[in-house]
Design a protein around this ligand. Structure first.
Ligand SMILES: Nc1ncnc2c1ncn2[C@@H]1O[C@H](COP(=O)(O)OP(=O)(O)OP(=O)(O)O)[C@@H](O)[C@H]1O
Length: 262
């Protein structure tokens, strides 16, 4: 369980996150929605250690994790997916997955000299795991394709796949559906639900596609102007006056929120 307690993040005089509090239940797929500029990504980045909060506290299973850097959180099983970095785009999809666990013996000089067999064994196991992940995500046919050359949706699957190379417990996904076609979006949704059910992953998902949110997320938390406005099922949220106001206030038509895109 992650508890976000009165988190603020200011950029100069601008309060991007302005006293947000929420509880992310273990084992849930929690959706985080809200109009553009609501502070969702900034809050994600604070929780995931990418940004230091101006004030407030984040705990994970009772432990204070406020401001811990991403690699420390990574070792605690809290991961935020990132776009495949430019420098990895010329590597194959399989290699991208094999890069994830950061402490292979092969990376240490001592082991390079004295542990060749162990390195070879580790590499074989890693490769087998990467292939398993690619198969799970239905993109095994892309194993030897360069990551920079696969489609946007396939890249999103690969980003999700990277979380499967380690023992992730809580995964933060930012706009996983952006620019992804419906078929692949369904594959992504299926993978998230399956990882949640079978491997007990907790997910927090920022997404503007309400069909996607409604299909996989419960609860849904809505933010606006740096604060949490409402929490509940997507239907509860859609019926909430303050939420409707917030979406209208950003110039988006109410029907956009009630339809597919928020
Ligand atoms: N590094 C920064 N410096 C200054 N302002 C920032 C910075 N990062 C974000 N902001 C501002 O903070 C506000 C919240 O941005 P954020 O990206 O967290 O919103 P969001 O809810 O994720 O929006 P979207 O749905 O459009 O991605 C925005 O007005 C944004 O311009």
């Amino acid at each position: 369980m992650i508890v976000v307690d009165d988190v603020h993040k200011h950029f100069g005089g601008f309060h991007a996150v302005d006293g947000a509090s929420m509880t992310i239940q273990q084992g849930s797929i929690t959706g985080l929605i809200g109009p553009n500029g609501a502070g969702k990504t900034t809050l994600f980045n604070v929780i995931a250690g990418v940004l230091q909060p101006t004030s407030g506290r984040v705990t994970m299973a009772g432990e204070d994790i406020t401001g811990l850097p991403p690699h420390d959180l990574f070792h605690k099983g809290l991961l935020r997916t990132f776009q495949i970095a430019h420098e990895f785009s010329s590597m194959t999809c399989r290699e991208n997955l094999m890069m994830v666990p950061g402490d292979q013996s092969g990376e240490r000089l001592w082991n390079t000299w004295f542990g060749r067999k162990r390195i070879a064994d580790e590499e074989r196991a890693l490769r087998a795991k990467a292939d398993e992940v690619l198969e799970f995500l239905t993109i095994e046919h892309l194993a030897d394709h360069k990551a920079g050359q696969v489609s946007g949706g396939q890249k999103k699957l690969l980003e999700l796949g990277r979380t499967m190379m380690v023992d992730a417990r809580i995964v933060f996904l930012d706009e996983v559906g952006a620019g992804v076609n419906r078929t692949l979006l369904n594959t992504i949704a299926d993978a998230i639900v399956q990882l949640n059910k079978e491997r007990n992953y907790t997910f927090v998902v920022i997404e503007h596609d309400m069909d996607f949110i409604g299909r996989i997320c419960d609860p849904v938390i809505c933010m606006a102007e740096g604060k949490v406005l409402a929490e509940g099922t997507l239907d509860d949220i859609k019926a909430n006056e303050q939420v409707i106001e917030a979406y209208l206030g950003t110039g988006l038509k109410n029907k956009d929120m009630m339809g597919t895109q928020a």
